[in-house]
Design a protein around this ligand. Structure first.
Ligand code: SF4
Length: 396
């Protein structure tokens, strides 16, 4: 029988290796599509990797091998996964990609805070900050390295003091683009990150699904392996999502970007307060604390003559007592083009002392990155402004 004919017959009888391979690939693709799963391999959970390997006809231990290559050996292509059969590697490469996170610039400050500007596969720019040990950061011990991660390109929430919202919102980051910020910063800096704060560009809770997916990978022993208590999500006050987060089993920390102790002050600087006013926000926090039995933190950027009065300090103390919250005071980092400034040193100390006198656990964050525009969004803005008109950019 001619070889061509026998191959055709085998194909029809479904015992041809090519047919089996096509069928398995089709099964795997159908699975990915039915679950609406991403084609970026680093967006998948372990069980999804396992199901996908099974549909490709591979044994279950391949799942761990893939996770090991991705998160322990930090492979950047399927070709590097040399203990996987080459045919399986080819199938993976046909269906998945690694995404792209390319370093554009890095700025290091005198206090060793470093700010990274990354370009993603669609040319979007995002920022990530590596912060040295600080007792004022969540979960930090003196030897901890903290990374401040972005969750969106730009931001739709338009807080008046923030550089990230200045050019509006472009898109949500995918789970792999969130996870990859840690991998890329560790690669570029040679530092091991052990504390993560979601306080970079974007409102994390507005990208809820991708955020939770990414946190699971960051937290998992098969993933990046950072403990939940060393992961802090910060929100400007999305009350419904705070309740949703409270119902998630993850034991991560929550920080509320309060920045004002009354509706009057929050309305002035944070448009989100028009949608969810202070009482709505604090009630959602009550619910979070009741579900998690965990202390939350109020972030409070001190802005001269806006929110730094004794009266505001007294009210913050009252809100903190209600929720047993800690307070983290942050002197404002000047944003080029915005009119706000930080209060005098004496005013900052006075604000802190009012809180402490009322028994509140409060810290005043010492300078981290003021000289490199560490407030979120500034480096990206600077880069885009430079591309448009080099004369408009403030000198570095
Ligand atoms: S402070 Fe946060 S929520 Fe407000 S505009 Fe900036 S990134 Fe968005």
């Amino acid at each position: 029988m001619p070889a061509k004919l026998s191959l055709g017959r085998a194909f029809l009888q479904k015992n041809c290796p090519l047919f089996t391979r096509l069928l398995r690939t089709r099964n795997a693709v159908k699975f990915l599509m039915s679950q609406k799963l991403s084609t970026e391999i680093k967006s998948l959970q372990l069980e999804e990797l396992g199901e996908m390997a099974r549909r490709f006809g591979e044994p279950v231990y391949r799942t761990r091998q893939i996770a090991d290559w991705l998160y322990r050996k930090r492979a950047q292509s399927f070709d590097e996964m040399t203990d996987l059969p080459s045919e399986f590697r080819n199938q993976l490469a046909e269906q998945f990609d690694f995404g792209k996170i390319e370093m554009v610039r890095v700025l290091g400050s005198r206090d060793a805070t470093r700010k990274f500007l990354f370009r993603l596969s669609d040319e979007s720019l995002i920022e990530t900050v590596l912060i040295p040990a600080s007792p004022a950061l969540y979960g930090s011990r003196s030897d901890r390295r903290t990374i401040c991660i972005s969750t969106q390109v730009g931001c739709a929430y338009g807080c008046k003091f923030c550089a990230s919202g200045l050019e509006g919102f472009s898109r949500n980051l995918k789970p792999n683009e969130i996870v990859d910020q840690i991998i890329a910063v560790e690669r570029e800096s040679g530092e091991k990150i052990d504390n993560v704060v979601f306080m970079g560009m974007g409102e994390p809770l507005a990208n809820f699904k991708n955020l939770i997916r990414a946190i699971r990978i960051i937290n998992a022993p098969w993933g990046i392996g950072i403990g939940a208590r060393h992961i802090t999500v910060s929100t400007s006050g999305l009350a419904p999502q705070i309740r949703k987060l409270a119902d998630e089993p993850l034991q991560i920390r929550l920080a509320i970007s309060l920045h004002g102790a009354t509706d009057e002050v929050r309305d002035r600087i944070m448009p989100i307060n028009h949608r969810y006013n202070l009482e709505t926000l604090l009630s959602a926090c009550d619910y979070y604390v009741s579900r998690k039995k965990q202390r939350l933190t109020f972030e409070y950027i001190l802005i001269d003559s806006v929110n730094d009065s004794d009266e505001q300090a007294g009210l913050i103390a009252r809100h903190s007592k209600r929720l047993s919250a800690k307070v983290n005071l942050i002197p404002y980092n000047t944003v080029y083009g915005l009119p706000w400034s930080r209060p005098s040193w004496n005013r900052q100390e006075k604000f802190l002392s009012i809180l402490r006198d009322r028994g509140i656990a409060a810290t005043l964050r010492r300078e981290k990155g003021h000289d490199i525009d560490a407030a979120c969004g500034q480096l990206r803005l600077q880069n885009e402004a430079r591309a448009r008109n080099p004369n408009l950019v403030k000198p570095e």
